[in-house]
Design a protein around this ligand. Structure first.
Ligand code: HSE
Length: 437
């Protein structure tokens, strides 16, 4: 059988890793795919030739990505340029030319995936995107195929390595936020624009994809609630530990009677949960299926070789599927295109969750009663209260509340009332809390 010819777009961190995995494991990969796979063409504006192993095995390298997607010899295009444009135009042109596509581009899939998949459907080609979510962890395959028997009830994941690295270092070593972020950038974990990591946008891209695959809904990045970790203070990390919790930047999606939750925010979770102990740049996704119960997937969420591992696995899948009938391939979003659900994505105000609250209040009789009265009026049940000694001789003392589940709208109202009390100073720190049981 003729070898499959790959057109590779981008020779950066993941592109370089992909060249090295595809060429380094060439024989083993051919045994698995049933065909030899060669990179016949590659395009990159710039690359570091000394750092890419196997570069000499690429047929032609140019700086013209559009020439690669229009090259008749190329069977499968691997898009590793990242970003929205020209990645979108390139992917659509590759599809229009009848080429299969493999991409690691989470931003592209989360925001333009619906259009891309419908173009691919029309042309009878596949667009594979395992590397777009949680790097080397085969979470798309696990959910789309391995859990196909289940009604997924919820999924929660640590899906941004940079954010997890920052929170882990703040807790374990008392390091400050900016320092750790700089280190993550030097190590190549952070996005080109690190705001995407610390403000939760990167995690929201990935969660959008997880939600669609879990529940068979179209990709709706614009409805994904996104909150970063920049407001997390060292003191909250320490209090959470004292209470037996860890603060993790989680992406959570859950099916409720009212609709589907899609939310990314710092979350307190019990420290005894396995996922609470996923530290550093590692990623993990916890998926709860009605038949299987909880399942946990753990691994490297970023880096050249782990991400290349997912890219190349998609190439192998694509090559295997090339001989199959397009109608019978695994659907892009797990559910058949004509069986997608229109269940709405919930506004964050409609989401129910428990809370950690930290406020600074004057230490005098009746203050706590005023605060608990407001919580009571909003139907918020308190699970624990701790008062800490004042810091640096301040007239105010930190008071921490753990609450039971409450609708976010009610909590917003209660927080606004409490912040208006004369006895309470400044803003209340709030972290949503999930038991993940
Ligand atoms: N910046 C991302 C992270 C890289 O830190 O997880 C992988 O998507």
């Amino acid at each position: 059988m003729k070898p499959i010819k790959i057109g590779l777009l981008g020779l950066g961190t993941v592109g370089g890793g992909t060249v090295s995995v595809l060429t380094g494991n060439m024989d083993e990969i051919a045994r698995r795919a049933g065909r030899e796979i060669v990179i016949s063409h590659a395009a990159a504006r710039e690359y570091n030739a000394d750092e890419i192993q196997g570069l000499d095995k690429i047929g032609h390298i140019s700086d013209d990505a559009f020439a690669v997607v229009n090259e008749p010899e190329v069977d499968v295009v691997i898009e590793l340029i990242g970003g929205y444009s020209p990645a979108k135009e390139l992917v659509l042109e590759a599809i229009a030319n009848g080429k299969h596509v493999v991409t690691a581009n989470k931003a592209l899939i989360a925001t333009h995936g619906n259009e891309i998949f419908s173009a691919a459907q029309e042309k009878g080609v596949t667009v594979a995107f395992e590397a777009a979510v949680a790097g080397g962890i085969p979470i798309i395959k696990a959910m789309r195929e391995g859990l196909a028997a289940n009604q997924i009830q919820w999924a929660a994941g640590i899906i941004n390595g940079t954010g997890n690295f920052i929170l882990s270092e703040m807790r374990d070593k008392g390091r400050n936020f900016d320092d750790v972020l700089k280190e993550a950038q030097v190590l190549g974990y952070a996005e080109a624009d690190p705001t995407f990591d610390i403000e939760g946008i990167d995690a929201a891209h990935k969660l959008t994809i997880i939600g669609s695959i879990a529940f068979g809904i179209p990709l709706q990045f614009d409805k994904t609630y996104t909150e970063g970790i920049t407001q997390i203070e060292q003191v909250d990390v320490l209090y959470a530990s004292e209470l037996g919790y860890r603060i993790k930047h989680l992406g959570i999606t859950r099916k409720t009677e009212k609709g589907i939750e899609l939310r990314v925010h710092p979350t307190m979770i019990p420290e005894r949960r396995l996922i609470a102990n996923v530290d550093g740049v590692m990623n993990a996704v916890l998926v709860y299926g009605d038949a299987v119960g909880p399942t946990l997937y753990y691994g490297a969420g970023a880096g050249a070789l782990p991400t290349a591992s997912a890219v190349v696995a998609d190439v192998v899948d694509t090559v295997r599927a090339l001989t199959g009938d397009p109608e019978n391939r695994v659907p892009h979003l797990a559910f058949q295109p004509d069986a997608m659900s229109d269940t709405p994505v919930l506004d964050i105000a409609d989401v129910e969750t428990a809370y950690y609250l930290r406020l600074a209040a004057v230490d005098r009789p009746g203050v706590l009663a005023d605060i608990t009265a407001i919580l009571g009026e909003s139907n918020i049940s308190i699970e624990a209260i701790i008062q800490k000694p004042s810091i640096d001789g301040s007239s105010h003392v930190p008071i921490i509340f753990l609450t039971q589940q409450v609708q976010e709208r009610d909590m917003n109202e209660a927080i606004a009332h409490i912040e208006n009390l004369d006895s309470v100073s400044g803003k209340i720190a709030r972290i949503r809390l999930e038991k993940l049981a």
